[in-house]
Write a protein that binds this ligand. Structure first.
Ligand code: GTP
Ligand code: MG
Length: 245
């Protein structure tokens, strides 16, 4: 059950109480998120939280990213889903350690689940240090926006078939992310998709948003995405070195 949007909720409730409970849950989540972030930063791990509607291409993008990066960068993955191990199995097939976090009904991950998942993942690493932790959130463009997981980077995917109106309809996802990936660009010939409009609307909500257009099918934009992550990784390491001095 989701504590934020109330999906799966019994609607016969007193609104004030629900808001009180939700605010304390969000506060508890923020504290756990700060702890996670500190832990990742101290461990030299870049944590990336990927959010989108179901089926926008999160796992496929991860598979492509792993293909490009796995020989030079140590990657671990936490997979969020309501049910099944399917996405974690896809990642493990690539030779990458992955833990499936099943939320049993909740439509988002929270920081305490990520904390637990990360410690389970550590057991699979045989003492190897991770460079990047990808966290694939539950497919949902609403609730994951409210939950900081302790990531350094939040990426939102919107795929071409979903339509260019999504930024304005789901503004919180755009406002809380640092990067937008417009995925499935190979499908542009088959949809009325106004690329200029989606970019303009997204930037009107978040002027510093990094926007990438990708296709896991043709490979368009994958190199730009990988370069973007590598630059962030280098910046994180430089910042850490500066602090050490
Ligand atoms: N044409 C095309 N199809 C894609 C692309 N990326 C993913 N798909 C397809 O879209 C479907 C969903 O992809 P997933 O990667 O499983 O999507 P997801 O966001 O991880 O889905 P959930 O985890 O269920 O939310 C699959 O059939 C993919 O093959 C792309 O770039 N182009
Ligand atoms: Mg997936």
């Amino acid at each position: 059950m989701c504590d934020v949007c109330g999906c799966d909720h019994n609607h016969n409730h007193n609104g004030t109480k629900i808001i009180d409970v939700n605010q304390s849950l969000l506060k508890a989540n923020e504290k756990a998120a700060a702890d996670n972030r500190k832990h990742f930063t101290e461990g030299g791990i870049l944590a990336i939280n990927i959010i989108s509607s179901p089926g926008s291409g999160k796992t496929t993008l991860l598979e492509k990213t792993i293909d490009v990066l796995k020989n030079e960068i140590n990657i671990g993955v936490l997979e969020g889903d309501i049910e099944t191990e399917l996405d974690a199995e896809r990642i493990r097939k690539k030779g990458i350690p992955a833990i499936q976090l099943t939320t049993e009904g909740a439509c988002h991950l929270d920081s305490s689940l990520v904390h637990k998942g990360f410690h389970l993942l550590e057991h699979q690493l045989d003492g190897k240090k991770l460079d990047i932790l990808f966290i694939e959130n539950v497919g949902n463009l609403v609730c994951p926006s409210f939950f900081d997981l302790g990531e350094h980077l939040r990426v939102v995917l919107i795929s071409v078939p979903e339509g260019p109106d999504k930024p304005l309809k789901y503004p919180k996802a755009l406002r809380t992310s640092q990067a937008l990936i417009i995925s499935k660009s190979d499908l542009l010939p088959y949809f009325d998709f106004d690329m200029e409009k989606i970019k303009k609307d997204a930037l009107s909500l978040n002027p510093s948003l990094k926007i990438l257009v990708t296709s896991a099918k043709t490979g368009e934009g994958i190199e730009d995405w990988v370069d973007y992550i590598k630059k962030l990784l280098a910046t994180e390491s430089t910042e850490k070195d500066k602090k050490r001095k």
